[in-house]
Write a protein that binds this ligand. Structure first.
Ligand SMILES: O=C(O)CCC(=O)C(=O)O
Ligand SMILES: [Fe+2]
Length: 293
């Protein structure tokens, strides 16, 4: 043993450099496509990383049709002066020209036949099967089909979303967090210039305690050294585990170039809990307004 070495060591080991926030680091993901069932490799990917992306779930033509319908519904909701649908608040913003638009649309498929038909695609069965026995698409439950519409410009009320786990909402809805899968369908390309989803891979395998406390839900927007950006193109579909930590980063582009629309497909299990126009506003949204996140 060279006992003296430590004494003549020319330099003491230096502390590792602090990890720079890995802003915009992307994970090289396989070019998965979704068929009638998820393949073993796709399932393993989802289980391991906590998310998965399927390319070309829909054609550009289909995306255009769906986006057009979302725009029609948007104009209709604005024209009718709606602030809520089935008790759930709509998030509204305005464009540069002052026109109002819906930035978080809820129960969208109950307003549009194309969206409703889209949700009947048998490939969604492949996803509900993975979620667990008895899962369904809840078009009239919870918030129904949600369309998030981010823009970075003055007047926009939705430019980014702080760190959170989706499962926390289960707790607010007084339900136990389950292996909830959040299924997103992209209506716009989402390159890094639009910000977009950042996830902390593997964080789905955490204790409830860590799920509650690793970050301050929705208030914290800071990049994390362990985060990865998920890029996608219009027509792609992503699934993330409801327990994974994620946020939506703000675009660096502005105006039209920052527009990012993603639909979230509501998976439900257990007894049917359909909402209607007299449904009360859930506590969660009152809290959200109070805490301004
Ligand atoms: O807009 C997105 O892509 C993600 C939104 C999200 O995480 C959420 O609404 O819970
Ligand atoms: Fe989320």
């Amino acid at each position: 043993m060279e006992m003296t070495r430590t004494l003549d060591a020319p330099t003491a080991p230096t502390a590792p450099a602090p990890l720079a926030p890995a802003t915009n680091r992307t994970l090289h993901m396989p070019d998965f496509e979704l068929g009638e069932r998820l393949t073993k490799e796709q399932l393993e990917y989802l289980d391991t990383y906590g998310f998965v992306r399927f390319k070309r779930f829909a054609t550009k033509e289909k995306v255009r049709e769906l986006a057009e319908e979302v725009e029609e519904i948007d104009r209709r909701l604005v024209a009718e002066g709606r602030t809520h649908v089935n008790g759930v608040p709509l998030m509204l913003g305005s464009r540069r020209d002052g026109t109002r638009f819906v930035q978080r649309m809820v129960f969208a498929s109950t307003f549009g036949p194309r969206l409703h038909a889209f949700l009947q695609d048998p490939r969604f069965r492949a996803i509900t099967d993975v979620a667990g026995p008895g899962y369904r698409i809840g078009e009239r439950e919870r918030d129904g089909l949600v369309v998030n519409h981010y823009r970075r410009e003055a007047g926009s009320a939705f430019k980014k979303l702080g760190w959170h786990t989706d499962s926390l909402r289960d707790l607010f809805y007084l339900e136990k967090p389950r292996r909830y899968l959040n299924v997103g369908f992209y209506l716009d390309d989402s390159p890094l210039t639009k910000g977009g989803v950042r996830v902390i891979p593997f964080s789905q395998d955490q204790s409830i305690w860590s799920m509650l406390t690793r970050k301050i839900h929705f208030m914290d927007h800071a990049p994390d050294p362990a985060e990865y950006a998920i890029e996608a193109e219009a027509g792609d579909l992503t699934i993330h585990d409801g327990r994974i930590w994620h946020r939506v980063a703000e675009a660096t582009a502005t105006g039209d170039a920052s527009q990012r629309r993603v639909m979230y497909i509501p998976l439900m299990d257990g007894p049917l809990k359909e909402k209607h126009d007299k449904s009360p506003t859930p506590f969660y949204f009152r809290l959200k307004r109070f805490a301004k996140f």
